[in-house]
Design a binder for this molecule. Structure first.
Ligand code: BF8
Ligand code: SF4
Length: 625
């Protein structure tokens, strides 16, 4: 494996070289030896029943149909639908865990957590029409719980957060029949309709795809973000350290990796417990060093400034340092390969969520009623691993500093200051052309492309052209490692964006949080519409989105809820459709004609930037600005 060609992350490269010397295999090696199936990559096969699997030919997509007669458009749209169903299920189930926790807190059944951000509670309650004037916080919270439960269970009608959608966008959805009901219903219906022999008209399937994706973006994901902010605090800018250098040789290093912040919040309490800190010192350590990875890491980074060791394609590599005394995971994006790498370096790997066990990992169930039972035990195990370290330790001495934590609420405050209201200055700067437009660059890293490279090149190109970039998830970590999340990076921006960044003291690239926090981008977009001057619907905004190194089904669900909300969204790596088919045309052109956004695809970051900027310019022209 030529480690330089697979990543631009220097720390990851260094660890991949070490892994090779140590004879340890990672996903990079497996990607090199496992070539993707070309039929599957184009989504031209169906295994929805045992008359198949049926494989169609992407060179001649209409030359053949499946045994049941399903044509290429049916097969591709059903496959796409199931990716959306799975991705939406992941986000909405995560949101539901937060809501479960919220209910137990409000009911007084859990004392370890509480309502940390009452102001946010009030704002969210008001946004769904709950009366807040001269009422007890606990009553408002209970009403909010009951209202938000409908995000999941509502059988008929519209989910609560539909109230936050700009009226014209909502009108488009109503016309298309895609305003979501509860996520359980939408996902169930989508799974039903994509069963063998049910919905076999790709446009009709796509309507349910949109409805389900919207139940994620404006439903489950938004609930996850809002409830996490209420329970754990709304992020505001904080200086953070990112990269593998945040591991400390002389400390007990604990990594939390996954998605749901309740585990990590509890771990934060455990590592600060005086008795455990003493135990670490008694074992010869200077203390306990808590570090995040992937989206759990991104949540803690933006909320509490906890250091972050790296994104998705660095989770195996970080274990190669030998310095990790415990890695604990909950759900999503956790490679099964971690178990073997952890074993090679004598690092205990802990699963903590009943939904996610991994062969070879130790399972310690995280019970939110007694959260410290789990996290204290992991800390104790980590201390004992520290004491008995056998692996040779090599920590890449690279740390990048950046400023992250730009929640919608903070952007509102930062741009508006105390004298002017909210998003007006942003809209004004877009209208006067200092800022050409806004782009969301988000999503995974993927060993099919050079790690971080597409993210970094794309974002550099966008800011150079005066496009303000909002970021979440693993993409945000790629840019942090490249040094672009600092106010000083404004020098890399075009003259207009540079001027704005310098006036406000902000980086040209704003890190908002984890992948469920893409909902913060939706809310920012809704606010831009509400503020005025940039059209009446999200589709009118000079904005675009991208997931240049995507890999997960969650990314497809996110991409589609942005598209359905009105955003032009460009994906890289590969796109699971056959060129020149009707389903492709629907996703890439016709959805836009119906008042939504549309999908785009490009592998090359410069091409991607060109496409996004051209779209932004088209929208500016339509707005007459
Ligand atoms: O939800 S960006 S690799 S960690 S899927 Fe996963 Fe992708 Fe990272 Fe978070 Ni999002
Ligand atoms: Fe083949 Fe149709 Fe069965 Fe799919 S549903 S595997 S296309 S027969």
């Amino acid at each position: 494996l030529d480690t330089r060609s697979v990543t631009i992350c220097e720390a990851t490269r260094q660890m991949l070289d070490k892994a090779q010397r140590d004879g340890v295999e990672t996903a990079f090696d497996r990607a090199a030896s496992m070539k993707p199936c070309p039929i599957g990559a184009d989504s031209a096969c169906c295994k929805h029943c045992s008359m198949g699997p049926c494989r169609l030919n992407s060179k001649d997509p209409y030359g053949k149909v499946g045994v049941c007669g399903a044509d290429i458009d049916t097969i591709m749209s059903r496959n796409f639908a199931r990716m959306v169903a799975s991705g939406a299920a992941a986000h909405t189930d995560h949101g539901m865990s937060m809501l479960d926790l919220f209910r137990e807190v409000v009911n007084g059944h859990i004392k370890e957590y509480g309502i940390k951000d009452v102001k946010k509670l009030m704002e969210v309650a008001q946004s769904v029409g709950i009366e807040t004037d001269s009422r007890e916080v606990s009553d408002i919270a209970m009403d909010l719980y009951n209202e938000l439960e409908k995000t999941y269970t509502q059988i008929e009608g519209e989910i609560p957060f539909a109230k936050r959608v700009p009226p014209k966008t909502l009108e488009t959805w109503r016309k298309q029949g895609i305003v979501p009901r509860g996520a359980m219903r939408e996902i169930m219906e989508l799974m039903h309709r994509t069963h063998m022999g049910v919905d076999q008209q790709y446009e009709n399937i796509t309507r349910q795809i949109s409805r389900t994706a919207l139940a994620d973006g404006w439903g489950g994901s938004l609930v996850a973000t809002e409830i996490s902010d209420i329970l754990f605090g709304t992020p505001s800018p904080v200086q953070v350290e990112v990269n593998m250098g945040v591991l400390k040789e002389n400390m007990v290093n604990i990594i939390v990796h996954g998605h749901e912040p309740n585990l990590f919040e509890s771990m934060l309490v455990s590592v600060n417990a005086p008795v455990l800190v003493e135990a670490a010192k008694a074992a010869g350590a200077d203390g306990i060093n808590l570090v995040g990875m992937c989206c759990s890491g991104a949540e803690m980074l933006v909320r509490h400034g906890i250091p972050h060791a790296g994104n998705f394609m660095s989770t195996e590599a970080v274990l190669v340092t030998g310095a990790v005394d415990a890695m604990c995971v909950d759900v999503q994006c956790i490679k099964q390969g971690l178990a073997k790498v952890a074993d090679c370096y004598n690092t205990p790997l802990f699963t903590t969520n009943t939904r996610c066990h991994i062969e070879g990992a130790v399972h310690i169930d995280f019970n939110e009623h007694k959260p410290l039972d789990c996290t204290d035990e992991i800390v104790i195990k980590a201390i004992s691993r520290f004491k008995n370290r056998t692996a040779a330790i090599e920590i890449p001495q690279i740390i990048n500093k950046g400023v992250h934590g730009f929640s919608y609420e903070y952007i509102n405050y930062m741009l508006g200051g105390s004298f002017r209201s909210g998003f007006t200055p942003l809209n004004e700067n877009i209208i006067n052309g200092r800022i050409r437009g806004v782009a969301g660059v988000v999503g995974c890293t993927n060993p099919r492309v050079r790690q971080d490279w597409v993210h970094v090149e794309l974002v550099k190109e966008l800011i150079k052209n005066d496009v303000l970039v909002l970021q979440t998830g693993c993409s945000q970590i790629a840019l942090a490692k490249a040094g672009l999340t600092t106010p000083e990076a404004a020098v890399l921006a075009g003259p207009g964006l540079q001027e704005v960044c310098e006036a406000v003291g902000m980086p040209p690239v704003l890190g908002l949080g984890s992948c469920v926090d893409n909902s913060r981008i939706l809310i920012a977009a809704a606010e831009m519409v509400k503020t005025g001057g940039l059209g009446e619907s999200i589709a009118d905004l000079p904005a675009a989105g991208a997931a240049p190194e995507w890999m997960s089904e969650k990314a497809i669900s996110i991409g589609h809820y942005f598209v359905a909300s009105g955003v032009y969204t460009v994906f890289g790596v590969t796109f699971p459709v056959v060129d020149g088919t009707r389903f492709q045309k629907l996703l890439f052109e016709e959805l836009e004609e119906k008042g939504m956004g549309k999908w785009g695809f490009a592998v090359d970051p410069y091409e991607m930037a060109r496409m996004m900027i051209a779209h932004i310019d088209k929208k500016r022209q339509q707005l007459g600005i």
